[in-house]
Each structure stands twice: as C-alpha cells, then as structure tokens.
Ligand binder design. Structure first.
Ligand code: ADP
Ligand code: ADP
Ligand code: MG
Length: 659
C-alpha cells in the first residue's frame, strides 16, 4: 500500500521548515511538520512575541513591527530569518505572502523550497481577469462579463449594461471579498465603482476592476485540487462555502448538499484541467459559482477564480477524506508523487466548519479587539486556533479566534454536533459571533439545505435578534456566584472565623443589583439559617450548565449556550454617567482611518443615518446615528487616523426644533 508513506524522503529534502505566517494556520502547519519529524521555525512581529505559534516552534525569529507590511509581508526579513536559522523550506500558510509570485521566486533564488505552486502558476491565477481568460481558453465555463483593458468609468458602465444587471464589480487583484460590489441598476453603478476602486487600491495597491454577471441564487462551490511535479493532478471533492457575509466565508462544508454525482465529476474534471493548464503543483482550490435556482445542475456552474494556496476551510476536506493536506503539500514540495490516485480517494460522511470571530454581530460585525480573559474552546470536535486564554486580539491582523470543525455520518448530524460544540465555548473579554453561528447552524433552512450566498442577509433578523434582557435564571446564577465568592474569601481570610453573620441571625435577605442596558436588575438572595443559599421567591431553578467568572473589570460574566452575558455590579454614579455620555457622541469603535465624513455641524440627522466611513482592517465601516439628533461638532476630517474611542461627532444637548 502506498499510504502511509515514510517521511524519510521529505526529511532528506528539507529537515527544517520555516512557517511564514501567524495564528491558527502557523500552528496547524507546525503540528503536521512536527509529526513528520521536521524542525520548525516561527517568525513573529512585535505584537506576536508571546503568541502560541512562537511558543510551539523549535526556533523563532522576530521580523519587525506589528503592521503586516513591515513584518509578515516583509519578504526580505523572512528570507533572512530562513538563512539565519538554516531553514531549507518555507510554508507560507494562507494570506500574507502565500500568493506572491515574487516571494516564491525569491525563495528559489535563495535555494529555499517554497511550499506552494511554481511562480508561473501563481502569476497565471493571480489576477482574476487573466485567470478567467486562461480558463475560458482551456474550455472551463467562466462567468460572463467584461475583462477588458479599458478601465474608464464610462466604458465599465457600458459593459455593465451590456452584461445585464445585476452585476458584480470585482477587483482584478481581489481576495477575501475586498473591493467587491453588487450593483442592481445603472443608477448605483458610479458610486459602487468608486467604492470598489477605493477599497481595492487600499487593500491591493491595484484599483483595476472587472465586471461579472451576478448569478441568480448563487452557491459557492469549490474543488480542492492537488498536483505533483510529475504531471499528475487529482481533486479531493468539493466544499460548499455559500454561507457568506459581505462575500466572506462564515460556514463551510463538504460535500455540497444535493450535489449530483455527474456535476461533481464534471466540476472535478474542470478543476483538474485548470490545474494542469497552468502547470500547477501542490494544493489549490478552484472556485465556482453555481446557479441553484432549480437545484444544482450539471450545466449551471462557472469558474470564478483559483486560490493557489492552502485554503482556510481545508479541514472539512481533511475530515471527509481522512487525509492531511499539509502532509501532502510537504511531500509534493519534496518532489514526491501524489500519495493517492483519483480512484483511491474516498469521501466519508459530512463535515462542517464555522469561523469563530472576534466581532460584534450586534454592531454590523465590527471586529472586536481586546484580551481573551476567558477562552474555553470545545473539546468534542476539531478546533484549529492560534490563541490561548490571556492572549490579545489586536487590530493588526484578522480577528479569527478559531475554526471549529465537526464531522459526522450525515449533514444533519454534523450540523447538530457543531452547534452543540459551539454552545460549550466560553469567551469573555471581547465580543464574538458564537451565538450567531449557532443560530445559523440550527436554522431550519440551513438544516434543510436551503442555502445560497444570500442566506445570511435574508435571515439577518433571526440570526441577530436584538439583545434581550437577562433572565432571572441568569441573574440568579450571577448573584449566587458573588455570594459564594464572598463566602470563600471570608473563609480563606480567617479560617477561625466561622461566623459570617447570616447563619446566626436566622434567615436573611440580601439584594444584589446588576446593571444591564443602562438599567438596574435586582435579585434577592435568601441566606437560610442552616447555611443554605437560595433565590428569594424561589422561581429560579438552581442553574446547572451555566458558568460564571469575574472579569478583571470586576464585572460578572455568565456563559450560557455560547452567549456571554456581561453583568457589571450596579453603581448609581456610573449609571448616570453612562446614560449621559453615550447619547451625546459617536466614537470610533476601533482604531482606523477616516475615509469620509458625511455630515456637518448644525445638520439634523435621523436615526440610522450614516455619519462617517471608517476604514479598519482593510474594510470600510459606516458609523451611523443611534437616534435623531442635531450635529454639534464634527471632530475628524477625511484621512485622519483615529484611535478606538476617538470622538467622531458630538450631538447637541437637545435636539433643537428651532430653526
Ligand atoms: P479562503 O478562500 O482560504 O477560505 P477567504 O477567501 O475567506 O479564505 O480569505 C482568505 C484571505 O483572507 C487570505 O488570502 C487573506 O488575505 C485573508 N485572511 C483571512 N484570514 C487570515 C488570517 N488569519 N491571516 C492572514 N490572512 C487572512
Ligand atoms: P475573492 O477573491 O474575494 O474570494 P471571488 O471572486 O472568489 O472573490 O468572489 C467572492 C464571493 O462573491 C463568492 O464566494 C460568491 O459568494 C460571490 N460571487 C462572486 N462572483 C459572483 C457572481 N458572478 N455571481 C454571484 N455571486 C458571486
Ligand atoms: Mg474567492
């Protein structure tokens, strides 16, 4: 049998591997490298000196300041680190330099193996327009649209018209959904083009765009391919990544629900053809868009782009095939033939991955930075993470906390298992999308396979319900926690003092006040003379599976089915302060750059009206008015770099009715 193979040959080619990345993917690559007997070198920015990927590596080299441009994208510093440590190969992970042909070339020139495709294949697929033209020539179906050289707004608008609305404007150099705009009609085109160009030039330094027909009821289905340096290529089945937000993947699964075998075969063939057409080697993903308005049909899918790297969602493919894709990458990079032939690759069961993010669904999914004061990740399923409890999520990099992956016999079982696993997570210190993910996985339409890329926006209100008040049950949990905390502090402070005042005096009542949503929430504790502690009124059943901690701020955090409830103790002065201040200004929710200011002092605005656009983490975020108000001052100008909490606009004390 060809599998499992010995790792001697790989180690003969390179025994030391540098991982030019951070976070979960650096950790994940190292896990396989270690298992194969390779020694590992981490690189890190100043912000990551104490990160998990650094702790896990055999050696680590600092490569510069926190901004990616000065560290993880600094090819010279990374090559110098490889030289200094004697690393013979570099794995780029995903993102950063993974699809940078010049970097792959520089590795070769330095005599270092780049674990990825040849530079020529990266180049061929790097720009969406060229890739599409190439695929069309190779006979792979591509989405209709305009790929032209002429980038004048006039010509682009004409081509959009010719393609037929709705259309998509895409950055030619695009990735991660950045620079993409869906346009429904001619009237919206000019503004959308401007926004797309701005985002594209800031994210990729290239503002060229292409126009594509917007496919109806789109499902994103992609094929995992693998090729070796001996002219062989195979596919490892498809993944469905239709659950997206702003064109970014949120939940991914394999195989695709309702995929006809004939379509799988045809898509697999097209993907292998695409890989062979560009002389591919290593792991790659060929992304297709399918029109699912009448279910998946063998003649209704089109090539979108090829990602010439390991994909974020590769674990679902690993789950259904039982293969280690990083091991395959390293073997191919060492010059081995593909470990398995197409007919030896089997599909087993169903796997679903959820991307657990530090972001706030209640506030348009703004990235949430801070310290992970509490981090308990599921233990019943695979979890790929690059952070530990106590680590910080900084504004410098992608705010993903973990990927959580469940595998089961059926899709339904995998979804239930994943939702259950997410319900076991406990995270405090920043906001996460955990509860949102759970709701998506349990949504009847998701369970029924009624998915397309519009799923999340369509079910927005069910997936992100307004935050309700904490139940009495929950408050009771927090109050009991406080009482017990005080009791044990008492005991440890003075072991001889058994007299805690409550027991001797018979039953005693005590009120515990919390704050929630600016309001006081009270619970009455009943200290019985026999030492028993209860909730007065007795309606709250003693909580069972909830869990409670006290945060550094002194606030109480209660974890309940993937939700984190933060309950500060009631402080009448703070309450007054909060009510007064929150309403009279809009502040930057995170560090970023002011792109646009949309209001002027003296202007009255309506609740929900956009006030300014902030660019943070390479995405644009609109800041809106939380109530009808009169603008008193505008405290920033376009181009300003602002810190978290910086005042953007102030409202007048009272909404002035007078002219
Ligand atoms: P994939 O296509 O691999 O599922 P996406 O398309 O969602 O991934 O986003 C991939 C791109 O997003 C990467 O190429 C990178 O630019 C960026 N990205 C996402 N997460 C990270 C991360 N943790 N570190 C670096 N880059 C990231
Ligand atoms: P990126 O490089 O940012 O990943 P893609 O071209 O892969 O860009 O597109 C990202 C997402 O946008 C897709 O996963 C899909 O949801 C949506 N999309 C792209 N092209 C189309 C299209 N022609 N019709 C409908 N949706 C599309
Ligand atoms: Mg894509």
């Amino acid at each position: 049998m060809a599998w499992p193979r010995s790792t001697t040959a790989v180690r003969a080619m390179f025994s030391k591997l540098l991982i030019a990345n951070r976070g979960e993917i650096a950790v994940r690559v190292m896990r396989t490298a270690k298992r194969m007997g390779l020694s590992t070198v981490a690189v890190y920015s100043d912000a990551d000196a104490n990160a998990l990927h650094v702790a896990m590596a055999d050696e680590a080299v600092g490569i510069g300041p926190p901004p990616a441009r000065e560290s993880y994208l600094n090819a010279d510093a990374i090559l110098a680190a490889a030289k200094q440590t004697g690393a013979e190969a570099i794995h780029p992970g995903y993102g950063f330099l993974s699809e940078n042909a010049a970097f792959a070339e520089a590795c070769a020139a330095a005599g270092i193996v780049f674990v990825g495709p040849p530079p020529s294949a990266i180049r061929a697929m790097g720009l969406k327009d060229r890739a599409k033209a190439l695929m069309a020539k190779a006979g792979v179906p591509v989405v209709p649209g305009y790929l032209g050289e002429d980038q004048s707004p006039k010509r682009l608008a004409e081509e959009a018209e010719r393609t037929g609305y709705p259309v998509l404007i895409k950055a030619v150099a695009g990735g991660g959904g950045k620079g993409m705009r869906c346009v429904d009609s001619k009237a919206e085109f000019a503004a959308a083009l401007e926004g797309s160009r701005r985002e594209a030039s800031s994210a990729f330094g290239d503002d060229r765009v292409l126009i594509e027909k917007y496919v109806a009821r789109p499902r994103h289905i992609e094929m995992q391919v693998f090729a070796d340096n001996h002219g062989k290529a195979v596919h490892l089945f498809e993944r469905d990544c239709s659950l997206q937000r702003r064109h970014q993947k949120v939940i991914e699964e394999a195989p695709a629900f309702g995929m006809p075998p004939a379509m799988r075969a045809k898509m697999g063939e097209a993907a292998v053809k695409a890989a062979l057409a560009v002389g591919y080697s290593g792991a790659g993903t060929v992304e297709f868009i399918a029109d699912a308005s009448e279910g998946l049909k063998v003649d209704r899918f089109w090539f979108m782009e090829m990602n010439t790297r390991l994909q974020v969602e590769h674990p679902v493919t690993e789950a259904i095939t039982g293969l280690d894709l990083v091991e395959w990458q390293l073997r191919v990079a060492a010059g081995e033939t593909l470990p398995l032939a197409q007919d030896e690759i089997r599909l087993n069961g169903h796997a679903i991955e959820a991307r657990l993010y530090a972001e706030d669904p209640q506030h348009d999914f703004l990235p949430s930075t801070g310290t992970l004061e509490r981090l308990r990740l599921p233990e019943t399923v695979r979890v790929d993470s690059g952070v530990r409890e106590g680590d910080a999520v900084t504004p410098f990099y992608d705010p993903m906390i973990a990927k959580v992956i469940a595998h089961a016999e059926t899709r339904e079982a995998a979804a239930a298992k994943l939702a259950h696993a997410l319900e076991e997570t406990q995270i405090a210190g920043l906001r996460t999308n955990t509860a949102f993910l759970i709701r998506a996985l349990k949504h009847p339409d998701f369970v029924a396979g009624e998915i397309d890329t519009g799923f999340i926006p369509r079910h927005q209100t069910e997936l992100i319900p307004p935050k309700s008040d904490p139940s009495l049950h929950l408050l009771a949990q927090a109050a009991l926690f406080l009482a017990r905390e005080r009791e044990s502090a008492h005991r440890s402070n003075d072991p001889w003092d058994r007299d805690d005042g409550f027991r001797l005096a018979g039953d005693a009542r005590e009120t515990v006040d919390f704050m929630f949503g600016g309001k006081r929430k009270s619970v009455q504790l009943l200290h019985r003379h026999d030492g028993h502690l209860d909730i007065a009124g007795g309606t709250a059943v003693p909580p069972t599976h909830m869990n409670t901690v006290r945060l550094k701020s002194g606030d109480i955090a209660v974890f309940d089915h993937g939700e984190t409830w933060i309950l500060p103790l009631y402080d009448p002065f703070a309450a007054a302060e909060e009510q007064g201040s929150a309403a009279d200004r809009v502040t930057a929710p995170m560090p970023g750059k002011v792109i646009q200011v949309l209001v002027r002092p003296g202007e009255t605005v309506k609740r929900g009206q956009p006030l300014a656009v902030l660019e943070a983490m390479k995405m644009e975020h609109t800041l809106s008015a939380s109530a009808d108000a009169l603008i008193a001052t505008v405290d920033v100008s376009p181009g300003d770099q602002v810190n978290e909490g910086a005042v953007i606009v102030r409202f007048a004390k009272e909404k002035s009715q007078a002219a």
